[in-house]
Design a protein around this ligand. Structure first.
Ligand code: 8YV
Length: 315
């Protein structure tokens, strides 16, 4: 008996409940399990009508080209810089992502890194475990209160970070090329280096992609200065990682809290060796609650599209 369900190609392992929902309602093909991808695409590519991927897996044009009847791409994650958006737009294939549902989790990650770096929490934990407390005192940290949180990218997540940083009595400022947002009272900077000069914590939360690649370069880091901290919860591509390493090694900035890297999951040995840097494995949206909401939204987009042609959250 032939399967009348829509054929969907899934790019990589997904959240368990999404995997279950997909298996129930679609004819699922797991790309990463196909050992002869080329001949599989020859034989089955034409029946694939949906793709499920993530902001981390992205897409590949050479595979998309072999899916002539593709109608929709549903992606897990708010960022879609790893997807071939222009190519998909040319083919008029709509794409959905998972905005909003992860604002709190990513903002909490930013605050966690800000606190971790300024109060040296990972080092303090090691200090207690290693028995060093029995022999001496742990070094002092810095307050968040009274400091300036400079936000690069005041979108929805940026605004969520701002309200939380404000609750810690930080001053809030943001960078936006050109004009200030009319409906935002925080101090605006049209010049990124000027914001870096005035910021104690420079928090990066702009989308990745060609427009923002290496936006944070050595000059911006020098402007941030020897007491400044860089926090990146956006994309590794936004920060010139070699310039960051050089700035940290030269003491041009005080430290960094990094959740994202240029070549994940590979993290440069120089960063791993530094004690003034807190490193996390791209866990920004990684809570049970948020990942469930993201999984539900990926499914709602796909199911909605094949039911009545609508996407809940189209890019
Ligand atoms: C990842 C993220 O996409 O939403 C984003 O843009 O970076 C993350 O939420 C998610 O971890 C993909 O698995």
């Amino acid at each position: 008996m032939s399967d009348s369900r829509v054929d969907v190609l899934v790019w990589g392992p997904m959240h368990a409940s999404l995997t279950q929902n997909l298996a129930r309602d679609f004819n699922v093909h797991n790309l990463w399990e196909l050992d002869a991808l080329d001949s599989w695409l020859d034989e089955h590519g034409a029946k694939v009508r949906g793709v499920v991927t993530s902001g981390v897996y992205g897409t590949r044009i050479d595979v998309l080209e072999r899916l002539p009847n593709l109608q929709v791409v549903s992606s897990f994650g708010v960022g879609y810089d790893a997807l071939d958006i222009d190519y998909l737009a040319e083919r008029k294939i709509p794409v959905s992502n998972t905005p909003d549902v992860l604002n709190n989790a990513v903002a909490e990650t930013a605050l966690a890194l800000m606190l971790s770096v300024s109060r040296k929490i990972p080092q303090a934990d090691r200090f207690v475990r290693d028995g060093a407390w029995l022999k001496g005192k742990f070094p002092l940290g810095n307050d968040l209160a009274g400091k300036t949180c400079g936000i690069v990218g005041l979108g929805k997540i940026g605004k969520t970070i701002a309200t939380r940083a404000a609750a810690f009595d930080m001053k809030i400022a943001y960078y936006r090329r050109g004009e200030a947002y009319a409906d935002v009272a925080y101090r605006h900077y049209g010049d990124l280096r000027a914001l870096a000069r005035d910021a104690d914590h420079l928090v990066i939360i702009v989308p990745g992609g060609a427009d923002t690649e290496h936006l944070i370069d050595r000059d911006v880091l020098k402007a941030l200065g020897p007491k400044g901290l860089l926090i990146n919860v956006a994309r590794g591509s936004v920060v010139d990682e070699q310039a960051l390493i050089a700035a940290l090694q030269a003491g041009e900035i005080a430290g960094a809290g990094l959740d994202v890297f240029e070549d994940e999951p590979r993290v440069p040995a120089e960063l791993i060796a530094m004690d003034n840097v807190v490193l996390t494995p791209h866990l920004g949206s990684g809570t049970y609650e948020t990942r469930q909401a993201m999984a539900d939204l990926v499914f709602a987009n796909l199911a909605g599209f094949f039911k009545d042609g609508t996407l809940v959250t189209q890019v």
